[in-house]
Write a protein that binds this ligand. Structure first.
Ligand code: NI
Length: 199
């Protein structure tokens, strides 16, 4: 496995619509393994293939497995989700505001309204159909990562974006709204001092 370079805002691949995957071969498996390593190293909780300069419909997602995360997210904490050709099949009408960052937009975070729950369908690394019911933070991460495959970034949807080292423009978020969906860990950890708990 090897760690890949992460593309940064301004690189065209982040704005392209990614192609569907048709070959579920060793090359795909290598890419998935490398994406996992890149995401964990960053550290982040999700990564989409355009973020490693591959314009294909592939995402990896993994919530942390520390004690607090397990308490919060139960058996979804620490699970590695690899989804090929993911689509959001259903969404809850309920929306919730939360903070997001992105490994491709280092140093910034923003406030984004997302569906509380989504049902994601796609394929596993062998091409087998799969479906994932995701709620709360996990649902937010899936929405963020699947957006990447259509060239959409959280800053396109955010009501506000600010430097991660500064407090949010409207003051601290209530704790219950401070769930973060990040690609980006370190930036958020800094903002955390001002605005919210660590996630
Ligand atoms: Ni991102």
């Amino acid at each position: 496995m090897s760690k890949l370079d992460i593309t940064i805002l301004g690189e065209p691949v982040l704005r392209q619509k990614a192609r569907r995957v048709r070959e579920f071969d060793g090359k795909l498996h290598q890419l998935l393994d490398d994406m996992r390593e890149t995401m964990l190293d960053a550290p982040g909780v999700g990564l989409a293939a355009p973020q490693v300069d591959v314009s294909q419909r592939i995402i990896v997602v993994r919530l942390p497995d520390d004690e607090e995360s397990v308490k919060e997210h139960g058996d979804q904490a620490g699970v590695l989700y690899e989804v090929i050709n993911p689509e959001i099949a259903r969404v809850s009408p309920e929306m919730i505001d939360g903070i997001e960052g992105c490994l491709s937009i280092p140093g910034y975070i923003g406030r984004v309204d997302r569906h509380v729950s989504v049902s994601v369908r796609g394929q596993d690394r062998h091409g087998k159909m799969m479906r994932i019911q995701a709620n709360n933070w996990l649902a937010r991460v899936f929405q963020h990562e699947i957006d990447h495959l259509d060239g959409v970034l959280y800053i396109d949807r955010a009501s506000e974006v600010w430097k991660a080292t500064e407090p949010p423009p409207d003051g601290p978020l209530p704790l219950e709204q401070a769930e973060a969906s990040l690609d980006a860990g370190p930036a958020f950890a800094q903002a955390d001092d001002h605005s919210s708990r660590e996630t």
